[in-house]
Design a protein around this ligand. Structure first.
Ligand SMILES: Nc1ncnc2c1ncn2[C@@H]1O[C@H](COP(=O)(O)OP(=O)(O)OP(=O)(O)O)[C@@H](O)[C@H]1O
Ligand SMILES: [Mg+2]
Length: 345
C-alpha cells in the first residue's frame, strides 16, 4: 500500500511553510489556520517557552537578560534545532486544536537549494515535533502551484520567491525544476542595510523591528510617483539620547539598492542557464514574484525595466507557498510527483 493511500481519509494532515520570517500552517480541507512570525521567546534560567509567534516578535530588541528571543531559522534553514522543534510542536498542536490522537502526516516546504543534511534536519524536527510522516516539497514548486501556474505542462514557468532569509528563483516545466538559483539574501538583509545606512549617514541607531517598519512603509526599489517621508525614532549614536529624525524614501532606496541589485542579478544569471525554448515561454508569460519581499514598492517595476520582460506580483504573495503545499495535500493523486522523492540517510 502506498504511503499516500490514507492521505485522502485523514482529516488532520497539514502543510507547513517553515520560513525564516514567518511560519504558516495549512490544514487539509481547512485552509490556512496559522500565520505567525518564526520567533520564540524562552526563559534563560529554565528554558521554558514564554511566547511563540506574534507576541514573541514584539519582544525582539526589548528583552531583559532573563528572556532570550530566538529566530530559530536562518537563511531559510534550521539554525536552532531544539527551538524549531518546540515551535513546530506548538504549531502542530494548535493546528489540530486538540490532543493528537492520530499524529498527522505533514508536508514541509524547503528551499530548493538545501543540502541532504538540512533536509534530514527538517524531517527529523517535524518527526520529533509529533508528525507521523514527513514529506518535503521544494518552495519554488509550492509557490508555482499556489500561484496557479500550469506547472505540469511542457512550458517554462519562472517564479521567484523573495523571503526573509532567501530568494529563490526557478524555471519549472513538466512538474519539475529545470534550473534554479538560490541566494541567501532577502528581506532580512534589506533590514540590516537600513540599520547600517542610518547608523553611518544619520548617526541614528535603530533596531530590527524599526528597520522592518521603515522598509514596509517607505522602502522602494524604484522611484515613487510621490516620494515619502517618515519620522523615525532611535538612539543618537553620539549623545546616546533617544531622538526622532525625518527620513525619506530616496534615502532608503539608496540604502537598499545594492541588495536589490543582487536579487535582480540572480534572475539574469538564471537566464544564462535556461534553454532557449524555455526562455521564449518566459518572455511571453513573464516572471512571477512571491514571498514578502515581492511586496517591496516598485520592485516589480525595477525588474521589468532591468530585464525587459513582463513581471507579475502574485496575489497573496506571503501565503502563496503554503497555499501551494495545501493544494498538494488536498489533491495528492494529482500532485504526488512534485514531492521530493527521497532523503538520503
Ligand atoms: N510590504 C512589504 N514590503 C517589503 N517587504 C515586506 C513587506 N511585507 C513583508 N515584507 C518582508 O518579507 C519578508 C518575509 O517574507 P516571507 O514570509 O515570504 O519570508 P519567509 O518565507 O519567512 O522566509 P524564507 O522563505 O526566506 O525562509 C520579511 O523580510 C518582511 O519584512
Ligand atoms: Mg518563504
Amino acid at each position: 500500500m502506498s504511503v499516500f493511500d490514507f492521505f485522502g481519509m485523514m482529516a488532520n494532515d497539514i502543510a507547513i511553510d517553515l520560513g525564516t520570517a514567518n511560519t504558516l500552517v495549512y490544514k487539509k480541507n481547512g485552509g490556512i489556520v496559522i500565520n505567525e512570525p518564526s520567533v520564540v521567546a524562552v526563559s534563560t534560567d529554565n528554558k521554558k517557552i514564554i511566547a511563540i509567534g506574534n507576541p514573541a516578535k514584539l519582544m525582539l530588541g526589548k528583552n531583559p537578560d532573563e528572556v532570550r528571543v530566538i529566530k530559530p531559522l536562518k537563511d531559510g534553514v534550521i539554525a536552532d534545532f531544539q527551538v524549531t522543534e518546540l515551535m513546530l510542536r506548538n504549531l502542530i498542536l494548535r493546528a489540530q486544536k486538540k490532543r493528537l490522537l492520530v499524529r498527522p502526516r505533514v508536508i514541509v516546504c524547503v528551499p530548493s537549494g538545501i543540502t541532504e543534511v538540512e533536509k534530514r534536519a527538517v524531517r527529523d524536527s517535524a518527526l520529533h515535533a509529533g508528525s507521523r510522516e514527513v514529506h518535503l516539497i521544494a518552495e519554488p514548486i509550492a509557490a508555482a502551484i499556489g500561484a496557479d501556474l500550469p506547472i505540469d505542462m511542457a512550458c517554462g514557468n519562472m517564479i521567484m520567491d523573495i523571503g526573509g532569509g532567501t530568494s529563490e528563483i526557478a524555471v519549472i516545466s513538466l512538474s519539475h525544476i529545470v534550473v534554479q538559483n538560490s541566494i541567501r539574501v532577502g528581506g532580512d538583509k534589506i533590514d540590516t542595510d537600513i540599520i547600517n545606512y542610518l547608523r553611518k549617514k544619520s548617526n541614528l541607531y535603530v533596531g530590527v523591528q524599526t528597520a522592518e517598519k521603515i522598509k514596509t512603509t517607505i522602502g522602494s526599489a524604484n522611484p515613487l510617483k510621490q516620494e515619502l517621508t517618515m519620522d523615525v525614532r532611535g538612539r543618537d549614536i553620539v549623545s546616546g539620547y533617544p531622538v526622532t529624525i525625518k527620513i525619506t524614501s530616496e534615502e532608503i532606496r539608496e540604502a537598499i539598492s545594492e541588495t536589490v541589485a543582487t536579487i535582480i542579478d540572480a534572475i539574469k544569471r538564471l537566464f544564462e542557464r535556461t534553454a532557449p525554448e524555455l526562455s521564449a515561454d518566459i518572455a511571453e508569460r513573464g516572471i512571477f514574484l512571491t514571498g514578502g519581499g515581492a511586496l517591496l514598492k516598485g520592485l516589480d517595476e525595477k525588474i521589468r525595466k532591468t530585464v525587459d520582460l513582463p513581471v507579475h506580483v502574485v496575489p497573496d504573495a506571503l501565503e502563496c507557498v503554503v497555499k501551494g503545499a495545501g493544494k498538494v495535500l488536498d489533491d495528492i493523486d494529482r500532485y504526488r510527483q512534485v514531492l521530493i522523492k527521497r532523503i538520503e540517510d
